[in-house]
Design a protein around this ligand. Structure first.
Ligand code: NAP
Length: 310
C-alpha cells in the first residue's frame, strides 16, 4: 500500500451526495488504493463512473464488497437491514463495516446481527450535508471541519473504532464518540425536528388560499426562503429518518409544541418582555455556532447573484 493509504479497497454501498463526497475525499487524499461502489440504478452507476470518483460501479452490493477491507453503507437508513443480509456472506475476514446514516440506534440494530465472525462493525454519522442528492452533488471538502459522530456498540472493538476515527480525521472531520441512543436524541433537536418544521412551514404556505403562490415566491426573502432550502432535502432519506428515529423526534416535538404555545400566548397577551427575552437568548446561540466554526457570519452567504462575491 502507498504511504497515505489506510485501506486496500473501499466499497461504498450507494453513491449519492455522501457516498460520492467520501469517494472524492478518499481519492484526493489517497486513503484507499481502490474505490468501488454499488448503486441500484444504471444512471447513477454511469454518472459515478463518468465523474471518475470510483474505479468500478456494480449493480449488486454483494459484488462490490468482495475483497474490500472497508465497506460503508451510503443509502437511506431504511435499506440497511436488507443490504446487510445480502452482503454478509461476501464480506472479507478482517474487514471494517460502517455507515453514514443520520439515525443510529435502529441502524446498529439492523446491521449488527448480520455481521459475521472476524468482521468489525462501527456505526458513524458525518454531520455534514446539503439539500442536494446524487453523485454529481458531492465534493471532497464536505466533511472538512465538520463533526463525524461514531456510535460503537458493546460489540465494537476499540481497534476498529480507532481505525474508523483515523479515516474520518483524514477526511478533515472532527471525530466524537457517542452512545447510539444519545446520538438520536441530540440529532432529533439539531437536525430532524428543524427539517420537519421546514417541511411543514413550506407545506403550509403551499396550502394557503388567501395568499397566492406568486406572492409566496416574490416575498420569500422575508425568511421563508431559508426554510425552502432545508425543505428541498431528499424525500426518501428524510422519510426514513423520521420512521427510524420516532421516539426521540416525538419527544422533542412535544417540547417544541409546548414552547410554541408559550410564544403564542405571549403574542396574544401583548407580553413583549417574554418575546424579547426569548429572541435575545436565541440570538446568542447563533453567535456560538459561528464562533464554533460551524457557520459563517456573512449575511449574503450563498445568495450573491452570479459574478458577485467571487
Ligand atoms: P442520495 O444523494 O439521495 O443518494 C442515495 C444513494 O442511495 C443513491 O446511490 C441511491 O441509488 C441509493 N438508494 C436510494 N434508495 C435506495 C434503495 N431503496 N435501495 C438501494 N439503494 C438506494 O442520499 P445521501 O444524501 O447521500 O444520503 C445517503 C445517506 O447519508 C442516508 O442514510 C442519510 O441519512 C445519510 N446522511 C445524509 C446527509 C445529507 O445531508 N444528505 C448528511 C449526513 C448523512 P440510486 O441513485 O441508484 O437510486
Amino acid at each position: 500500500m502507498s504511504d497515505t493509504a489506510q485501506f486496500k479497497k473501499l466499497a461504498l454501498i450507494g453513491i449519492g451526495l455522501i457516498g460520492s463526497s467520501i469517494a472524492r475525499g478518499v481519492r484526493q487524499k489517497g486513503l484507499a488504493e481502490e474505490i468501488v461502489c454499488s448503486a441500484r440504478t444504471h444512471d447513477t452507476r454511469r454518472v459515478a463512473m463518468e465523474l471518475g470518483v470510483v474505479d468500478h460501479a456494480y449493480e449488486h452490493s454483494a459484488d462490490a464488497v468482495k475483497g474490500a477491507d472497508l465497506v460503508i453503507f451510503c443509502t437511506p437508513v431504511g435499506t440497511y437491514g436488507k443490504i446487510a443480509e445480502e452482503i454478509a456472506p461476501h464480506l472479507e475476514k478482517g474487514a471494517l463495516i460502517s455507515d453514514v446514516g443520520s439515525v443510529k440506534k435502529t441502524v446498529v440494530d439492523s446491521i449488527e446481527p448480520h455481521i459475521p465472525e472476524g468482521v468489525d462493525f462501527v456505526a458513524a454519522h458525518p454531520v455534514a450535508g446539503t439539500e442536494k442528492s446524487g453523485p454529481a452533488a458531492g465534493f471532497a471538502e464536505l466533511f472538512q471541519s465538520r463533526w463525524c459522530i461514531l456510535t460503537p456498540s458493546a460489540k465494537s472493538r476499540d481497534e476498529a473504532v480507532e481505525k474508523l476515527s483515523d479515516f474520518w480525521a483524514a477526511l478533515g472531520s472532527n471525530v466524537e464518540t457517542m452512545d447510539p441512543k444519545h446520538h438520536d436524541l441530540v440529532l432529533a433537536i439539531t437536525s430532524h425536528v428543524p427539517h420537519l418544521i421546514a417541511y411543514n412551514i413550506v407545506g403550509t404556505a403551499d396550502d394557503l388560499e388567501e395568499v397566492t403562490q406568486s406572492e409566496v415566491i416574490k416575498y420569500s426573502a422575508g425568511g421563508f426562503r431559508d426554510f425552502t432550502r432545508i425543505a428541498a432535502s431528499d424525500p426518501t432519506m428524510w422519510r426514513d429518518v423520521f420512521l427510524h428515529n420516532k421516539d426521540a423526534v416525538l419527544e422533542m416535538l412535544g417540547r417544541f409544541t409546548e414552547d410554541l404555545s408559550a410564544l403564542q400566548r405571549a403574542i396574544r397577551w401583548d407580553d413583549g418582555d417574554t418575546l424579547f427575552q426569548m429572541f435575545s437568548r436565541t440570538r446568542a446561540i447563533r453567535r456560538q455556532i459561528i464562533d464554533a466554526g460551524q457557520e459563517t457570519a456573512e449575511t449574503d452567504f450563498g445568495r450573491a447573484p452570479k459574478g458577485e462575491g467571487e
